[in-house]
Design a protein around this ligand. Sequence first.
Ligand SMILES: CC(C)(COP(=O)(O)OP(=O)(O)OC[C@H]1O[C@@H](n2cnc3c(N)ncnc32)[C@H](O)[C@@H]1OP(=O)(O)O)[C@@H](O)C(=O)NCCC(=O)NCCS
Length: 246
Amino acid sequence: MLIIREFEKQDQKSAYEIWKYGMAVDWSQGLFEMSIRCTELILLPFILQLLLFFLGVFSTPEQGNTILIAACIFWFGFLKMFSKYVGHSYVAGRTDMLDIEKNHGKRFIVATTEKQPEHVIGTIVYVESKNEEKFKGNRLDGKTWIMFSLAVCPNHRKKGIAKALLKHLEKLAKNENVSQIMFDASSPQKAARSFYSKAGYDHENLSFPLERIATLFGTSIEQFLVKKYFKICKIESFNFYKKIKK
Ligand SMILES: CC(C)(COP(=O)(O)OP(=O)(O)OC[C@H]1O[C@@H](n2cnc3c(N)ncnc32)[C@H](O)[C@@H]1OP(=O)(O)O)[C@@H](O)C(=O)NCCC(=O)NCCS
């Protein structure tokens, strides 16, 4: 049976691992899938082949094909590594998750099972917004909770765990007289976007916060490359919203 409860100190390791997987592995995979659908990026090996042909680097079609195959393997391998690097750098930049108890405390909710209560299989966090929130251009009244870091262990997905975590959060919000729950997701998070829509959340498209996200990456060269990559892949951000019924 599923247990949903507040975070406890001993959950740190397993909660961190699940969140890390969701952000680094799932997110990078989504980013890679977007990049290989991006015309500018997939055409590069073909452009290289043409360039080398005009420079007279190869003389037979067989040599040209070998160069093209090698360039494709190298280029798609590079894109895969680069998306992984972006995901892992994001995780490294989220130092709040290294001490969940201190930084999120009771606002961090975990899912475990009766069989293995010490083993976290799902996570969700909320924070009360201090800003004046807007949705689709309208100013929102009342308390707003911002939800983030929803993740479910890969072996336990599609069993209703995220649904149960979100329901639990909505119940807490109702008890605390919260008017709405909001959160954002980006285009590489396809599963999450589909899940949120099924959970009855409305959404609006926002421009991806390139500048803010880039600050999570080390040197200015890294930040420059990551921003370029996100721009080429046309990453978008989505703001999700649900009114909590009194
Ligand atoms: C998104 C995520 C949390 C969903 O967790 P989950 O426990 O598998 O979701 P549930 O089993 O509760 O699914 C609830 C609904 O969402 C749908 N859903 C879940 N994953 C889906 C997917 N990959 N594609 C389409 N729909 C999906 C389910 O079909 C289900 O719909 P139903 O109620 O009509 O049956 C999980 O895939 C995950 O951890 N992803 C990586 C982390 C992430 O991206 N987090 C979001 C941060 S913004």
